[in-house]
Design a protein around this ligand. Sequence first.
Ligand code: ATP
Ligand code: MG
Ligand code: MG
Ligand code: MG
Length: 561
Amino acid sequence: MRQSTYLAPTMRDVPADADAISHKLMLRAGMMRQIASGVYAYLPLAKRSMAKIETIIREELDAIGAQELTLPALHPAELWQQSGRWEAMGDELVRLKDRHNRDFALGPTHEEVITSLIKDGIASYKKLPLNVYQIQTKFRDERRPRFGLLRGREFIMKDAYSFHDTEESLNETYWAMHKAYSRIFTRVGLTFRPVIADSGAMGGKDTHEFMALASVGEDTVAYSDQSDYAANLEMASSARPTPPASQTHGQLEKQATPDAKTVNDAAEQLGLEADDILKALVVVIAEEVNLLLLRGNDELNEVKALHELGATSLRMATEEEVLQAFGATPGSIGPVGVSDIPIYADYRIQAMDKIACGANETGVHYVHVGPGRDYQVTAYKDLRTVQAGDPSPDGQGTLQFAEGIEIGQVFKLGTRYSESLDAKFLDANGKAQPFLMGCYGIGVSRTIAAVIEQHHDENGIVWPNEVAPFHVHLLALNVKNDEQKALSEKLYELIRSKGMDVLYDDRPERAGVKFKDSDLIGLPVRIAVGKRAAEEIVEVKVRKTGEQLELTVPELASWLS
Ligand code: ATP
Ligand code: MG
Ligand code: MG
Ligand code: MG
């Protein structure tokens, strides 16, 4: 590819709001541009890397018998209403109407669509198990899109769904996918950990998140220094007996005063978003009341629902009460739309330990509505019930913490969707049974960003071989010099004839600019054609190690192969 006409507009400065390293580097290297908040155009360099990740995913999934298909992004509301998630997804679901005023959603995930498809397609257990996947754009109206591709509102996901007649069969596919994920992320070049995660109400079955370790990560991984034990913070905390309040760890940030009568008042005083407080509150409420915990924005709806019920104490409402109050099906609680919610005045929490068990989405702020006073909202930083050095829950070694980016998740759904969408097969006795299901996601665009978070230096990206947009960056240092130009053209052909991807910098730019851009784009091998072109000698630099060599053309040819 000739860089003179290649759409990779590099830049020296980036917008002030680009705060993650991958976000900055992808903008600077001309890999992407923002179109709206959380919405990006992937330029050719990004597209090439993503295609390589997708190829790895396809190879590994096809190898375990998964089948690729493409499901629509436009979903009729009815499917989401049947599963209960039309309400439960809250504001994260992007909704729209067609010209006939019918409701639709843009798919944030595809359990509903795939279940309805399989429902009409499979009648017998003889056709099971089935494992299908797609790689496709997803839409989630994230409350706080940030960090570039790490949390977009439109992003690319690989999502897979499996269908089974028995638990054993589901278990087998679950672990086959788990292993395939490990192979995929290893090949992509990531340092990662599968961690035990909280399945909440999604059937209460097994689930693992795959975490790429990186300081920008919004999740915390707790792992043993002596065994394979690794869990997200919530699971590591709940696996241990809760320590008394005095032993929870967290820095007191600030406290709201008694004249804060509502969540919004308190939010304003503390400089938090009301949502953060609600999210933290709900962790407490959900644990105490044992409500159906859902994913995404659902927790907010639960708080709102509880408030609507006039709930005033910890035993505010049972799941049945909430469902009954809103005529909702299991898995959905609504309605939404209450913006100014009074803090539950007689809400009693005995000790801080209840609060410490959950991390809210921001992972930073927690709320304490405490006894003594009517209520009190307190923001804590890094409040944890477990801390580095505590014994690991598996009894082996001690716990360490690391920040992680969730790049994928595998999940045993059980019959959560087959029951609500009435998807059944006939078993060996001719009896209709709901499918057992698993679902498996990988954030493809997030993975690219995670790779860059782990592979860069002060000069730019340092691509791992398998996902580099090109293998070789060939620089003609002075295109006005005939010998340099001629040798560069010759090498361009030679490298391509070896089946390698090459980006050829044939731009009429100064050598200094080319070197800088080359480090920024970060291809594994740089070949510079300069002053010694007449002798057919070029300078080779390995981006990762900084190793430099002067090679003749025949030497280069054998070095490359
Ligand atoms: P998160 O906890 O980060 O919000 P999630 O648990 O909601 O992610 P899943 O529903 O498990 O996400 O989706 C599967 C995968 O899709 C995630 O593991 C992640 O890699 C990716 N993903 C989810 N949300 C986003 C997003 N807003 N931008 C980019 N990738 C995302
Ligand atoms: Mg999410
Ligand atoms: Mg998650
Ligand atoms: Mg997840």
